[in-house]
Design a protein around this ligand. Structure first.
Ligand code: SF4
Ligand code: SF4
Length: 138
């Protein structure tokens, strides 16, 4: 049985900074306590205060709030850049190399349609892709 993933030669990705994945249709930006702590520290806030202001519960999980237009609450409305980029959650860090986007070449093609940075630019090595793919699952 051949277990070599179809993307073993790497995939191209270079973020254009369009901000598309940080806004649009309502979604979830899952965060855990370590991520909340890091983002709160970056803003000089207590984690509890950060959570009250920027996080909401969805069942037993926590997600960053969104504005009424669908933008993530941490997206700078003018620059369309993440205001906490250095400490952004794993979900954002690992995009677009999520398991759901890597399952088949067709899934990756769909991702390339949704994200203008996917499929272009630097060829990201397989090892780096795998780090992202695993990161989002733990
Ligand atoms: S949609 Fe793609 S190109 Fe646009 S900001 Fe997100 S990762 Fe970057
Ligand atoms: S935390 Fe930053 S990178 Fe993640 S969705 Fe919000 S603005 Fe985008």
């Amino acid at each position: 049985m051949n277990e070599t993933p179809w993307y073993h030669e790497g995939l191209r990705f270079c973020c254009t900074g369009c901000g598309g994945c940080c806004g649009g249709a309502p979604g979830y930006i899952w965060v855990n306590q370590d991520e909340i702590n890091a983002m709160a520290a970056a803003l000089g806030m207590a984690p509890e205060d950060f959570e009250k202001k920027f996080v909401r519960c969805e069942g037993r999980r926590r997600t960053l709030r969104e504005r009424s237009n669908g933008d993530c609450v941490l997206l700078d409305a003018e620059t369309r850049r993440c205001s906490l980029y250095e400490v952004r959650p794993r979900q954002c860090r690992s995009w677009p190399f999520w398991p759901s986007n890597l399952r088949t070449p067709a899934d990756w093609a769909r991702t390339c349609n949704d994200c203008p940075g996917a499929g272009v630019g630097r060829r990201v090595p397989f090892e780096e892709i795998e780090q992202c793919r695993v990161m989002i699952q733990v």
